[in-house]
Design a binder for this molecule. Structure first.
Ligand SMILES: *Cc1c(COP(=O)(O)O)cnc(C)c1O
Length: 419
C-alpha cells in the first residue's frame, strides 16, 4: 500500500481504509459515519511543509474539520492553526495546539472571542475592518497588553470558483480594500496597544488554478514593499488557503504549485509566509459511509435512498458539489443510472444524479473526498443525530467521535413548565 492510497480496493475488489476493511467498519460502527486515513492526513500536511521548507509555516484552517483527534495529529505533525471563532480556539487548545501558532481570521470576532484569544497569547489577529481594529485596540489597552495584528487585505481578484466560496472580490464582505489599508496600518503602527505583525489575504476556496493566487500575491507584495518603504515593519504575509482538490475529474494544482505561485512574487520581501490550507489537507483523507435503505422509481428515474442526508454532508446541496460515490463491494451486474438521495425533507437533499451504479438495498456506499467541510458542516436538521467519526491508522481503528444519541439531540432543552 502506498500512502497516497489511504483508500483503495484490495485484491477482492473491496474498498479498504489503509489496512482495514471498510465493510467491517460499517458493521462495527454502523452508518452513516465518516472515516479518515491518518496516513493521508499526514501525507497532505507534509506535502505542504516540504514545499514551503524554511520559507514559512502552515496554519491548518480548523473550519474544514475540527475533530480533536485530527487537530492533535496535525499539531504533532507540526501544524499551526487558522481559527475563525472562540470555539475553534478552544478546540485547538484542547487538542494540544500552541496558541502562539494560532492566527485568528473572520469578519465578526466578538469582544469575548478577542479577549480570550489575547489572553491565550495567539500569534496574530487577521483584522477585517477598522471597527474590529478599534475593538481589539480597546480590549488590549484594558488588558494592558499589545495585540498582534495583520490586516486582511481584499485584493479584488476573481478566484474563478463557486460564488459562495469566493472571498477576495471587491463586493465581498471579507477584508479591507487595498486603497484604505495604508492609512489603517499607519494608525495601527502608532498605537501602544497594537503590534503590527503582518498582512493577510485569502481569496477563496476550491481554486483549480494558481493564477488568481499568484495575482493576489503580486498585488499584496507590491503593497508590502510600499509599507516597508514607509517604515512599517511587516514580519509575515499570511497568504490564506484555498487550494482545490480533485473531487471527480478536476485538475487540481498540488501544494508545490501553490507554494511556488504565491512565494515567487513575495521572495524578495524578507518576510515569513503563512499558508492556511484546510480542504487540501483533509478532503481526500476522509470519506462518508452510507447505506442504501430503499430503491424506488418515480417516472423515468430510479432513486437509491441512503441513510445519510444533507444534514450529515451539506456540500452537494449547498454548492451542487459533485463526488465520486462507489459501493464498498462491487456487484458484477445491474449497473444503471441512479440518483443517490438522502432522507431529508428537502428537494436539495441529493448526493448525485445519474450515477452509474449497481446497488441493492443494504449495500454500503462511500462518498469519496468528504473529509473537508463534511462533519464540520453537519447539523441535526430533521432531528437526526450527527454521525460517528472514525480514524484508521494502519490496521487500527479509533472511534474519534461517537455517534450522537437521542439525548444529544435534546441536550440543553426543556419542556415548558409554566402555566
Ligand atoms: C476557509 C479559510 C481557509 C481555508 O480554505 P480552504 O479552501 O479550505 O483551504 C483559509 N483561510 C481563511 C481565512 C479561511 O476563511
Amino acid at each position: 500500500m502506498t500512502v497516497a492510497d489511504g483508500f483503495y480496493r484490495n485484491e477482492n475488489g473491496e474498498l479498504q481504509a489503509e489496512s482495514v476493511s471498510i465493510q467491517d467498519i460499517a458493521k462495527r460502527f454502523d452508518t452513516p459515519c465518516y472515516i479518515y486515513s491518518r496516513a493521508m492526513l499526514q501525507e497532505n500536511l507534509m506535502a505542504y511543509k516540504e514545499a514551503l521548507g524554511k520559507r514559512g509555516s502552515i496554519c491548518y484552517a480548523v473550519k474544514a474539520n475540527g475533530n480533536l483527534a485530527l487537530l492533535s495529529l496535525l499539531a504533532r505533525f507540526g501544524a499551526g492553526f487558522d481559527i475563525v471563532s472562540g470555539g475553534e480556539l478552544a478546540r485547538v487548545l484542547r487538542a494540544g495546539g500552541e496558541a502562539s501558532r494560532v492566527v485568528f481570521s473572520g469578519v465578526g470576532k466578538s469582544a469575548q472571542e478577542i479577549r480570550r484569544a489575547l489572553l491565550a497569547g495567539i500569534r496574530c489577529f487577521n483584522v477585517e475592518s477598522t471597527a474590529e481594529l478599534e475593538r481589539i485596540e480597546k480590549i488590549a489597552s484594558e488588558s494592558r497588553t499589545r495585540a498582534p495584528i495583520a490586516l486582511r487585505i481584499n485584493p479584488d481578484i476573481d478566484p474563478e470558483t463557486h460564488p459562495y466560496i469566493s472571498t477576495g472580490l471587491a463586493q465581498s464582505k471579507f477584508g479591507i480594500p487595498l486603497a484604505e489599508a495604508e492609512d489603517i496600518y499607519k494608525r495601527a503602527a502608532q498605537s501602544p496597544s497594537l503590534a503590527v505583525k503582518g498582512v493577510a489575504f485569502h481569496i477563496g476556496s476550491q481554486l483549480l488554478s494558481t493564477r488568481p493566487l499568484r495575482e493576489a500575491a503580486e498585488r499584496v507584495g507590491e503593497f508590502v514593499a510600499h509599507l516597508q518603504d514607509s517604515g512599517i515593519n511587516i514580519a509575515h504575509i499570511d497568504v490564506g488557503g484555498g487550494l482545490g482538490v480533485r473531487y471527480v475529474d478536476e485538475e487540481a494544482p498540488d501544494p508545490r504549485n501553490h507554494v511556488a505561485a504565491v512565494s515567487t512574487p513575495l521572495a524578495n520581501l524578507g518576510v515569513e509566509l503563512i499558508f492556511e490550507p484546510g480542504r487540501a489537507i483533509v478532503a481526500e483523507a476522509g470519506l462518508l459511509l452510507t447505506r442504501v435503505e430503499y430503491l424506488k422509481e418515480n417516472g423515468e428515474r430510479e432513486f437509491a435512498v441512503v441513510d445519510a442526508g444533507m444534514n450529515d454532508y451539506l456540500r452537494p446541496a449547498l454548492y451542487n458539489a459533485e463526488h465520486i460515490i462507489e459501493p464498498i463491494i462491487l456487484r458484477q451486474d445491474g449497473q444503471r443510472s441512479i440518483d443517490v438521495v438522502g432522507p431529508i425533507c428537502e428537494s436539495a437533499d441529493v448526493f448525485a444524479t445519474d450515477c452509474q451504479l449497481a446497488v441493492q438495498p443494504g449495500d454500503i456506499l462511500a462518498v469519496r473526498c468528504a473529509g473537508a467541510y463534511g462533519f464540520a458542516m453537519a447539523s441535526q436538521y430533521n432531528s437526526r443525530p450527527r454521525p460517528a467519526e472514525i480514524l484508521v491508522d494502519g490496521s487500527h481503528t479509533h472511534l474519534i467521535r461517537r455517534r450522537e444519541t437521542l439525548d444529544d439531540l435534546m441536550r440543553g432543552e426543556s419542556v415548558f413548565v409554566g402555566d
